[in-house]
Design a protein around this ligand. Structure first.
Ligand code: CAA
Length: 380
């Protein structure tokens, strides 16, 4: 394994770092407060190529590797995890899924617009009663010959109202269990498709999360992804790659909080010296830095596996479970290093602490990652 970054990697990482500092940082506290994310910023991320990084160039994608993607995810997440979750869902769950498993027509019609940021995507698997237990889909897609009729509710959908195209997982034949599940492309605005109220969230408040209702929504058969019954595998495969992106998001949240704590500790004085000179603080910084570097190695390893065409289910799950715990631990300690200032918005670390929590929940909770890891190590 060689984790040395190439010139291209450094260029894309620096472009993301610069964008995060100049474009994301100025309004990040307000966006968190108001729970909004302006369309102009989404467009700018599209113009920079952040929304379809790994997709094939013939469909407008950047044709980049997973390492480039995680570098961008880390840099954006240091400043604004609401921006990076949009990037993550659009890249890993929507563009990658369509690029890898979509038909030629689907790629031409949908992927070309998603990779450039002209349109935004959402991935709709979770339901009120099927979050971790993803095979228990209640949303139905009944085969009517040349089309399907969708009925049901999806919950906690990232980009819920801002997306244009939705990848929706639904049960076609309950008797076949996971082999009776399909994935469909649903366009915003079709009859019977309603966007529910916005969730009032603890963190990543800039990103819009909604429930979605499907009431007799007609979906043409050509919008099914893959063969009949492929939907569950489609969801699992896309989520496996998605988990590497969320691990990188967690790494970014942790490193953003660490950098703020380090800077603060070098300026803030107590008991006659900068607080970084007290072991009580220096040891915290040492622990933070060590767990961040360990997370970075796991995230890089998972991305490297994916780029080498090796199985990344196990390494992606390990990266996510470890980096998301690190994000929680490091942000909590960063608030502690800041003392009273850490508890107020202008110092940013309280937001990062709130944002960190979701990385232990979405795209598979930490408990789900441990199921994947234990199955991976016990299977031989
Ligand atoms: N790749 C390919 N196939 C896979 C797979 C993978 N990674 N994981 C499972 N499968 C296949 C299995 O091989 C099996 O197929 P066969 O019967 O043909 O062998 C089939 O899928 C069923 O597998 P399991 O028996 O292992 O299924 P299970 O019910 O035990 O569930 C699970 C496994 C890992 C717990 C899975 O349900 C899971 O990952 N749950 C979490 C779902 C999740 O991540 N939800 C997040 C929502 S999306 C989101 O958060 C997006 C957002 O907006 C940010």
């Amino acid at each position: 394994m060689d984790f040395k970054l190439t010139e291209e990697h450094i260029m894309i990482r620096d472009a993301a770092r610069d964008f995060a500092k100049t474009e994301l940082l100025p309004g990040v506290i307000e966006r968190d407060e108001k729970q909004e994310f302006p369309k102009e910023l989404v467009k700018k991320m599209g113009d920079l190529g952040f929304l379809g990084m790994m997709a094939s160039p013939e469909y407008g994608g950047g044709g980049m590797d997973t390492i480039s993607y995680i570098l961008v995810m880390e840099e954006l997440s240091k400043i604004d995890a609401s921006a990076s979750v949009m990037v993550s869902v659009n890249n890993s769950l929507v563009c990658w899924g369509l690029d890898t498993y979509g038909s030629e027509e689907q790629k031409k019609k949908y992927l070309t617009k998603l990779t450039t940021g002209e349109k935004l995507g959402a991935f709709c698997l979770s339901e009120p009663e099927a979050g971790s237990d993803a095979t228990s889909q209640r949303t139905t897609a009944i085969d009517q010959g040349d089309h399907y009729i969708l009925n049901g509710t999806k919950n906690w959908i990232t980009n819920g109202s801002s997306a244009d195209y939705y990848l929706v997982i639904a049960q076609t034949d309950r008797e076949k269990k996971h082999k009776g599940i399909n994935a469909f492309i649903v366009e915003k605005g079709v009859e019977g498709f309603e966007i529910g109220p916005k969730e009032q969230k603890m963190g990543i408040r800039g990103s819009d999360t909604h429930s979605l209702n499907f009431n007799d929504v007609k979906v043409p058969k050509e919008n099914r992804i893959g063969e009949d019954g492929f939907g569950f595998k489609f969801a699992m495969k896309t989520l496996s790659g998605g988990r590497i992106g969320i691990a990188a998001q967690a790494l970014g949240i942790a490193s953003g909080a660490y950098e703020l704590a380090l800077d603060y500790s070098k300026q803030r004085k107590a008991f006659g010296t900068e607080i970084c000179n007290h072991q009580a603080i220096a040891f915290k910084l040492a622990d933070m830095y060590t767990s961040i570097e360990a997370s970075r190695h796991l995230v890089m390893r998972a991305a490297w596996d994916k780029d080498q065409g090796q199985n990344y289910d196990l390494t992606g799950a390990m990266a996510k479970v470890y980096a998301s715990k690190t994000a929680m631990d490091v942000t909590t300690e960063a608030v502690q290093v800041h003392g009273g200032n850490g508890y107020v918005k202008e110092y940013h670390v309280e937001r990062l602490m709130r944002d960190a929590k979701i990385t232990q929940i979405y795209e598979g909770t930490s408990e789900i990652q441990k199921i994947v890891i234990s199955r991976g190590i016990l299977k031989d």
